[in-house]
Design a protein around this ligand. Sequence first.
Ligand SMILES: Cc1cc2nc3c(=O)[nH]c(=O)nc-3n(C[C@H](O)[C@H](O)[C@H](O)COP(=O)(O)O)c2cc1C
Length: 170
Amino acid sequence: MTVEQAILERRSIRRYTEAPLTEEQLTKLLRAAMNTPSACDCRPWEFVVVRDKEQLARLAAAGKYTGMAKDAAAVIVIIASPARQEICPGFFPQDCGAVAMNIWLQATELGLGAVWCGVYPDERLTAKIAEIVATPEDQIPFGLIVIGNPAENPGPRDRYEPERIHFDRW
Ligand SMILES: Cc1cc2nc3c(=O)[nH]c(=O)nc-3n(C[C@H](O)[C@H](O)[C@H](O)COP(=O)(O)O)c2cc1C
């Protein structure tokens, strides 16, 4: 699969079969995550991989829009580590957002189904997820990437809108 295909074919997949992820798939997803560029190469992130059914059910119940997590093979919780950004403070939302996309696109290439559930900056949700995955005080749950083997296929959807492009000036 080319990068272009992965970008166009990536969709939010919220229904999964019961098949687990292989260790190789999981390692590829985490390698994609950790090879994301970040401001000043600070890499302000950590990851909690959740596969335990009870933990998945807790994540599913944590938010209004996270219900699909209970049927997932795994959830990668992207944890922002602002303390790692000594040289470039403040960029962690961009860095971690890029991480989320690297994982999502890698999942697409692997034929997995995934969806990004936003956590940060919703304070109620960040607190709830922090409690579930037991992050230390100085770490911020940024987002959930919910992953499984797909049980739905919405197909690609091209949202190219040339009228939104401005050249040289608006
Ligand atoms: C920052 C962010 C947060 C999102 N949060 C959720 C969420 O909590 N629950 C959910 O089901 N989908 C969530 N989504 C998925 C979007 O709803 C989805 O990407 C959008 O509707 C476009 O559909 P597509 O991903 O199939 O192209 C989120 C996506 C992004 C980028």
